[in-house]
Design a protein around this ligand. Structure first.
Ligand SMILES: CC(C)(COP(=O)(O)OP(=O)(O)OC[C@H]1O[C@@H](n2cnc3c(N)ncnc32)[C@H](O)[C@@H]1O)[C@@H](O)C(=O)NCCC(=O)NCCS
Ligand SMILES: Nc1ncnc2c1ncn2[C@@H]1O[C@H](COP(=O)(O)OP(=O)(O)OP(=O)(O)O)[C@@H](O)[C@H]1O
Length: 195
């Protein structure tokens, strides 16, 4: 959901208004490293950023869901870091999947990926529920503590399961029927009008 914090987006204006121009790069884009270091060391600031960005992120997600639904995709995956914490969107999800890894790997991978110190990485991890707590809340857990191949096999298994599911079949049929009727009516009136 990077696009909601791009210049010209409403969330961007509000972020600059609340956090100041110091968090901008020379080209006007948000300096993610700087904003990250502010919000991950203050829960108040984090809540402020969440209050600004979450409504825009939710709108953008909804648009994409409708798009892929109409295109006939069997399922869409929403990558939502704070799904269980905010507990707002969970009721709209048919399935929830948690990608788990053991706490030691989580810490060392985050330190390596973002070049963070142990304390900085721990602050980020503690700004969310622990993975063990999230495991209890998710419908499916992919254990990514092992190597990539091990994870890939688990993902493929889940993919097959989701592809086989008939979730939302009635809703899809109703949507197709409605579109067909609307298309038919439009065609009928256009023919009447041009004859
Ligand atoms: C805070 C920002 C600048 C940090 O950018 P950065 O490139 O360093 O990290 P990135 O966006 O890849 O996020 C890394 C991870 O941090 C965690 N995280 C991100 N935002 C938050 C948050 N508000 N609260 C808790 N954890 C968060 C998530 O696990 C996420 O996957 C960036 O996340 C941002 O612009 N956030 C605002 C939009 C937002 O709220 N996004 C996701 C939360 S739903
Ligand atoms: N199975 C694995 N083996 C080795 N390294 C891994 C494995 N899975 C992920 N990593 C590494 O761990 C880091 C974090 O992975 P990734 O960015 O995919 O996690 P994420 O859950 O999307 O993170 P975030 O929630 O912070 O956005 C990356 O540098 C990635 O290369």
């Amino acid at each position: 959901m990077l696009q909601v914090v791009q210049p010209n987006e409403p969330a961007y204006q509000l972020i600059v208004q609340k956090f100041g121009r110091d968090i901008l790069l020379e080209n006007g884009e948000i300096n993610r490293e700087k904003l990250g270091s502010i919000i991950f060391s203050s829960s108040e600031k984090r809540q402020l950023l969440n209050a600004i960005t979450h409504p825009c992120i939710q709108k953008a997600m909804l648009k994409q869901i409708v798009k892929y639904f109409v295109l006939g995709y069997r399922y869409v995956i929403l990558d939502i870091p704070l799904l269980f914490e905010t507990n707002k969107l969970k009721r709209f999800m048919k399935h929830t999947v948690l990608v788990y890894c053991d706490p030691q790997s989580q810490l060392s991978r985050l330190m390596r990926r973002n070049g963070l110190s142990k304390a900085e990485a721990e602050a980020r991890i503690h700004s969310q529920l622990s993975l063990d707590e999230k495991c209890q809340l998710a419908d499916h857990v992919i254990d990514n503590s092992g190597d990539w191949e091990n994870t890939r096999l688990q993902v493929l298994k889940l993919h097959v399961k989701l592809e086989e599911s008939l979730d939302f079949l009635l809703l899809r049929l109703a949507a197709v029927a409605t579109l067909t009727v609307i298309g038919g009516l439009v065609g009928f009136f256009l023919r009447q009008y041009f004859h």
